[in-house]
Design a protein. Structure first.
Length: 377
């Protein structure tokens, strides 16, 4: 699933989403409908639900969904799902067209450049790239054999033959390196070192990146340097399906018998919505922490924090109209204190939006920064 806040720009006549002039011929020549199976699940942005749409039963409805500016799920549960009703977890999709167009514009790929796409999916994005850059300049990698085979068939059927590789995207594609651009259509929690090694100095990696603090991502554009590092700004909040090898594994419950410490706080819980700025910023500071917000029938909300590296948790319950809120903590890692320090930093720096943040990746890991790469978070 790929979602993003409303995109800016003016759609062209007959198109429901904006496209940069350089990419308009590709979108006009390659409609998304050419790459969709007969049974898909149209995602409703307002409700967050997906509904089945079967071309064999209602072609008009299927065509309308294919043309709409919405994400469309094409696989559930890594292919284990059967039947028309939605599965448990969407694991492959045709992205929202406005976001596809925006990301291609952000990639800044020009004719003559060689592009490695990570996450072939339906093959639509690879076809758009091939239309503008040429088949020989596009390589696309998909880990799922069935998805990869379907994409290869769809691409050939409409006359495009980029190199379609079935394999682990984390490894990149060494035989085709170096690339001018690498782009990913899934969310990352680490930038694979192979991608940096396989991008020429001055080349660009464009990928959704986030932390396990929340499911949301932000699109980051990294410029690769000759010393093996890459750095660049976050561009916009998005939400993508996660790279299979980097999915969140929730921590097990800590063993019974430990001491639960209680205290109070006067902090105000920031909004934790999907595209709100705080969750991304918090995750860049709160390493290896995952959160959940539990609503209560009386209107109260409990913020749960769990450590991914040690048996520790905290639970803080916020009630409207109360100045102090109960904090409970367990384990040696004092998660609430870490959260309060992060919250103080966020307020002191002007509650930065995504666009003020950036990322630097080195051979030793990654760190985030605020406003300038020299100002590490």
């Amino acid at each position: 699933m790929t979602l993003a806040p409303e995109q800016e720009g003016r759609p062209a006549p007959g198109r429901s989403f904006p496209v940069a002039d350089a990419w308009a011929p590709a979108f006009d020549a390659v409609p998304r409908s050419l790459f969709l199976p007969d049974l898909v699940w149209a995602h409703d942005m307002a409700t967050g639900k997906s509904r089945p749409v079967d071309r064999t039963a209602d072609e008009a409805c299927w065509l309308a969904a294919a043309a709409a500016d919405i994400p469309i799920v094409t696989q559930w549960d890594d292919g284990e799902h059967q039947g028309a009703e939605p599965g448990t977890v969407p694991t492959s999709s045709a992205s929202m067209p406005s976001l596809v167009a925006s990301m291609l514009d952000d990639l800044k790929a020009e004719p003559g450049m060689r592009v490695l796409e990570q996450g072939t999916g339906t093959g639509w994005n690879a076809a758009l790239l091939a239309h503008r850059l040429g088949d020989a300049n596009v390589t696309t990698v998909e880990i799922d054999p069935q998805v990869s085979a379907q994409a290869r068939t769809a691409l050939a059927r409409v006359g495009y033959r980029p190199l379609v590789v079935c394999g682990d995207g984390a490894l990149g594609f060494p035989p085709g390196a170096p690339f001018d651009r690498i782009t990913a259509t899934y969310g990352l929690r680490e930038i694979p070192r192979a991608w940096i090694a396989q991008t020429r100095p001055g080349g660009v990696i464009l990928a959704p990146f986030g932390t396990h603090y929340s499911n949301a991502d932000a699109l980051v554009r990294l410029t690769v340097q000759g010393d093996g590092t890459a750095s660049g700004p976050f561009l916009k909040p998005v939400e993508f399906m996660k790279m299979r090898s980097q999915r969140l594994l929730w921590p097990e419950n800590p063993p019974d018998g430990g001491t639960v410490a209680e205290s109070t706080t006067t902090a105000v819980l920031p909004s934790h919505g999907k595209f709100d700025p705080f969750p991304l910023a918090a995750g860049l500071r709160l390493r290896d922490v995952v959160h959940a917000v539990q609503p209560h029938q009386d209107g109260a909300r409990t913020l749960w924090l769990y450590s991914l590296t040690a048996p520790a948790w905290s639970a803080t319950t916020f009630r409207a109209g109360e100045d102090e809120h109960l904090v409970r903590q367990y384990g040696g890692r004092r998660l609430w204190e870490e959260f309060e320090r992060t919250l103080t930093w966020w307020h002191d720096t002007g509650e930065p939006e995504v666009e003020r943040l950036g990322l630097t990746v080195t051979p030793h890991g990654w760190h985030a920064w605020l406003d300038d790469p020299a100002q590490a978070i």
